[in-house]
Design a protein around this ligand. Structure first.
Ligand code: XMP
Length: 510
């Protein structure tokens, strides 16, 4: 399989670079510069290497560096931003601090090169974000592009197949960024572009079929996208040798437990054990108000329930998990083993003995996991399910959690989701839900005074959930949701809409 190395120097767009490469049907893997040795790079026979950006100046004594012999391996290289400056510095060029100010934002790029800028207009918009710049290119290199402020917006040495761009081709603001990356991959590296997430999954199924033959495999299914796709993929490979344990902690959304059970057991014939542990979780949570304590209790209890189920199996050979590529990268461990709790609430069961862990999605990005899910026939509602925190409604009920509160929130949340979905045929908010606050307010119903709870509605748009904007929902949708919630859900006398962005607020209330 042809593959590209994304050598990570700490840039904020490193995952985006790898995704763009994969969009060109070339497999890309991200490795931190300090975790991959030159000898390993040689051994892996990469078709090309991308140096990412980074926060430093190449002249900082602590700035990330790499063995300069990487430039002599004969592997094509494209440096981006800091990566380009690093190539210049390593190869004997010069990098200077920008005297007339840094460049930030959309900038007019004037480019001229038949290889890297093939099919790119002589003038186009690129995205800049830098202070230092390459003031003198190394011997053998040519300046391939400039901007008004930057005398070297791109450089290259066609003979050594080494290039550098000061701008960011991976962000969509760079009009021809996709074309430039395409040129690098296909014209410079000579890639064929035969990688595809769905084919990859099909091959994985074949290989698991042999590798896991006759072994007992256990997977904690949460109903989230990742564990659902992992479950189906393994089910295709080993059928009834896979057992999924679905712990219903009673803090799921309305109807969700039944939906997950029906989908997997009835529709796909997956060997599924559903554990209805709602009462048990409620007992543990009784009287607890502090958010982190709730999280901890839910996480720990989850593991205990899962362990108890697993013990009924006797020996478990393989524990399967829905870890995906961003989890692997974010753990900072690169390609070394990473163990994520099945749905982010606890840790890994510590009293189950197993021989190996299998993570069938550990090389895939979220959008690729969704592609695989679609290929495997997973229903749309699951493939495009909005994120739902592991501790579930437990962190959406402010204050103490009781059975009545869960029931009220499930109803209010279902109504709100229905109204948002009815109002949006196109792009919906990325996450939308109701929160049951701990505040009672006075209301009036008929001639009587009421004193019910306040429900808060939350809807956000976001790319990565690190930052988020509150969604401008149509007033009519809010009105319908509010009126239905106060009419249909007993005990709720007021509905408010959350207009806080993240930061400073978070998406969840707890
Ligand atoms: P915050 O509230 O941190 O949420 O802005 C960002 C995203 O993470 C989800 N979230 C969680 N997911 N376990 C999870 O698996 C958790 O404890 C948890 N807390 C927040 C949240 O729903 C949003 O998508």
């Amino acid at each position: 399989m042809e593959k590209i190395l994304v050598l990570d120097f700490g840039g904020q767009y490193n995952q985006l670079i790898a995704r763009r490469v994969r969009e060109e049907h070339v497999y890309a893997e991200i490795r931190s510069f300090d975790r991959v040795a030159l000898s390993e790079i040689e051994r892996e026979s990469y078709k090309g290497i991308l140096f990412t950006g980074g926060p430093n100046s190449v002249y900082d004594p602590d700035s990330p560096r790499y063995d300069p012999r990487i430039l002599d391996l004969g592997i094509p290289i494209l440096g981006i931003c800091y990566g380009a400056q690093l190539i210049a510095a390593m190869a004997g060029g010069e990098v200077s601090g920008a005297e007339n100010g840094s460049e930030y934002g959309k900038t007019l790029l004037k480019a001229d090169d038949p290889v890297l800028f093939r099919d790119v207009p002589a003038e186009s918009v690129c995205w800049m974000s830098h202070t230092d710049f390459i003031s003198s290119v190394p011997r053998g290199f040519k300046v391939l592009a400039v901007t008004d402020k930057c005398p070297c917006a791109a450089m290259g040495c066609a003979e050594k197949k080494i290039y550098g761009v000061q701008f960011h081709p991976e962000v969509t603001h760079t009009a021809c960024g996709k074309q430039i990356l395409h040129n690098f991959l296909f014209s410079v590296c000579g890639c064929k572009g035969d990688w595809d997430a769905a084919d990859y999954a099909a091959r994985a199924i074949e290989s698991y079929r042999t590798r896991l033959k006759g072994k007992k495999v256990l997977l904690a299914l949460s109903g989230g996208v990742d564990s659902s796709v992992a479950a189906l993929l393994l089910h295709r490979a080993i059928g009834q040798d896979l057992t999924c344990v679905f712990v219903d902690h009673g803090l799921l959304r309305k109807g969700e437990g039944d939906f997950v059970e029906n989908t997997f057991r009835k529709r796909f014939g997956v060997n599924l054990i559903r554990v209805d542990a709602g009462e048990r979780f409620l007992r543990k949570l009784s009287g607890v108000r502090e958010p982190e304590k709730k999280r901890r209790i839910i996480g720990e209890e989850f593991i205990r329930v899962f362990e108890e189920e697993a013990r009924k199996f006797g020996r478990v050979h393989v524990l399967a998990q829905g870890t995906i590529y961003p989890d692997v990268i974010e753990s900072g461990k690169g390609a070394s083993a990473v163990i994520k709790s099945h749905h982010n609430v606890g840790g890994l069961p510590d009293t189950i003995a197993f021989d190996e862990i299998v993570e069938p999605l550990r090389d895939l990005f979220k959008d690729e996991v969704r592609r695989v899910g679609t290929m495997l026939g997973l229903p749309r509602e699951l493939v495009w399910r909005q994120p739902f925190p592991g501790p579930g409604l437990g962190v959406r009920i402010i204050g103490e959690i009781t059975g009545e509160k869960i029931a009220a929130l499930q109803e209010a949340d279902a109504i709100f989701r229905e109204e948002v979905e009815a109002a949006h045929d196109g792009k919906r908010p990325d996450q939308y839900f109701a929160v049951l606050t701990d505040t009672h307010t006075v209301g009036v119903m008929g001639d009587a005074r009421t004193y019910g709870y306040t429900v808060a509605l939350r809807a956000v748009s976001t790319d990565d959930f690190m930052t988020a904007e509150w969604s401008r929902l149509p007033y009519e949708a809010l009105e319908r949701a509010s009126s239905r919630i106060t009419n249909e859900v007993p005990g709720i006398s007021r509905v408010v809409y959350d207009v806080s962005s993240k930061p400073p607020a978070t998406v969840e209330w707890e």
